[in-house]
Ligand binder design. Structure first.
Ligand SMILES: Cc1cc2nc3c(=O)[nH]c(=O)nc-3n(C[C@H](O)[C@H](O)[C@H](O)COP(=O)(O)OP(=O)(O)OC[C@H]3O[C@@H](n4cnc5c(N)ncnc54)[C@H](O)[C@@H]3O)c2cc1C
Length: 364
């Protein structure tokens, strides 16, 4: 099989880039391992989230803001061209604090990001009584929350479905349930072995945790590692939550989702009752009315983390034409990946500061 660009991985990153490339008229094949792989894109929380992103790397804070700004354009185009409604809303978000220490640390962190962006970072801290006016349902032990109008959320599965449909409608091809085992550099381009052989001018590694073993095949170090997160889903209730938070959100159909755990447990995506109990306790402190809701399901999934938590975007110097794209906030960054990074891969139009995200920072 021959194509211009092979994308390895059909998660949110692979499909965002693939959609952008096919929309720009490129001939693209996506190859995906299927359900036997770890697939963060099918188990995430769906936030389009800016606050707190980029502490320690202002280029990442800027990139996240840029993506959040492009999100309305992405969602409009996807909904119009595919008919899939994304349940997207970006009216702002809160991050709750349950102690003075937590509040102080959060505000210091956001102030640090703000100064890295020369003040261009709108957020405010709301104490308990200010927050109570905005969100009357909060519990008495909530100290306060940070608030920005930059944040929002989306149904991540509908996003995946829309990108997939849009990609196919633009002539893209998907090969499912095939694992890429080998990538070879040819005189011009690459040969990718995945059950069948795909020959292409360029190859893009978007394989999530799979990038770790694929990277060295094209001369790149991609030291990604897993970090487990749990999500708990409660029964449907009448809408009461106006703003999503990193801890809790109410999705389009009225379902309440809870989940902000982070654990380093290797390649284990099983659930733990203790972790679920902890996230439920914290959620009930924030919104006491949740204590009356029944849970209907829960799951755990593995985040794709680089050692410093920031994305890795890189073209191989030893294998030009081979790219890696990986990050831990693929929903938030979907708009930047679809609309900007795809142009870098297609036509070498490089977004500002892209070199800061090279994986070479881990080799020094
Ligand atoms: C619990 C949890 C909550 C999260 N919440 C948010 C959130 O609120 N907002 C946000 O922005 N982000 C969130 N994330 C992060 C987000 O889900 C990830 O950034 C994103 O899904 C990563 O997408 P990906 O395409 O890189 O990886 P994946 O979704 O893991 O996809 C990789 C794909 O590559 C394929 N693959 C792997 N190896 C091979 C191979 N050798 N050959 C062929 N195919 C291969 C797999 O089949 C898989 O489909 C969360 C993640 C988790 C786990």
């Amino acid at each position: 099989m021959q194509t211009q660009i092979t994308i390895i991985g059909g998660g949110i990153l692979g499909l965002s880039i693939a959609w952008g490339l096919a929309r720009a008229g490129k001939d693209v094949v996506v190859v995906d391992e299927g359900d036997q792989a770890f697939r963060a894109s099918r188990g995430n929380f769906g936030l389009v989230w800016v606050q707190g992103k980029g502490h320690g790397m202002h280029q990442y804070a800027k990139w996240t803001r840029q993506s959040a700004t492009l999100w309305p354009e992405l969602s409009r185009e996807l909904e119009e061209t595919t008919g899939v409604q994304l349940e997207y809303s970006q009216k702002g978000g809160v991050d709750f604090c349950l102690s003075d220490t937590e509040a102080e640390e959060r505000v210091n962190m956001l102030n640090g990001i703000r100064s890295g962006l020369a003040g261009d970072y709108p957020f405010e801290y709301l104490d308990h009584s200010q927050l109570k006016k905005l969100i009357p349902e909060i519990g008495p032990t909530v100290t306060g929350a940070t608030w920005t109008d930059m944040d929002g959320h989306v149904n991540p599965l509908y996003l995946l479905r829309a990108l997939y449909a849009g990609f196919l409608a633009n002539g893209g091809k998907v090969i499912n349930n095939q694992t890429v085992s080998h990538i070879e550099k040819r005189q011009s381009g690459f040969s990718v072995s995945a059950g069948i052989t795909i020959e292409s001018e360029k190859v893009v590694l978007c394989a999530g945790l799979g990038n770790k073993s694929l990277g060295p095949m094209v001369g790149m170090n991609v030291p990604v590692m897993p970090n487990r997160g749990h999500i708990m889903v409660c029964e449907r209730v009448a809408p009461f939550m106006t703003y999503p938070s990193v801890q809790i959100r109410q999705v389009g159909e009225g379902v309440v989702q809870i989940g902000d755990s982070k654990e380093d447990v290797g390649l284990n995506d099983g659930t733990s009752t203790n972790v679920l109990a902890n996230i439920a306790r914290r959620a009930i402190k924030i919104y006491p009315l949740l204590a009356h809701l029944r849970t209907v399901r829960s799951w755990a999934a593995l985040r794709v983390m680089s050692p410093d938590g920031f994305p890795i975007y890189q073209q191989s110097t030893t294998h030009p034409g081979a790219f890696v794209v990986t990050c831990h906030s693929g929903i938030t960054l979907a708009a930047a990946h679809a609309l900007l990074l795809s142009q870098w891969i297609a036509a070498d139009v490089q977004p500002n500061n892209l070199e800061s995200f090279s994986g070479d920072r881990f080799s020094i």
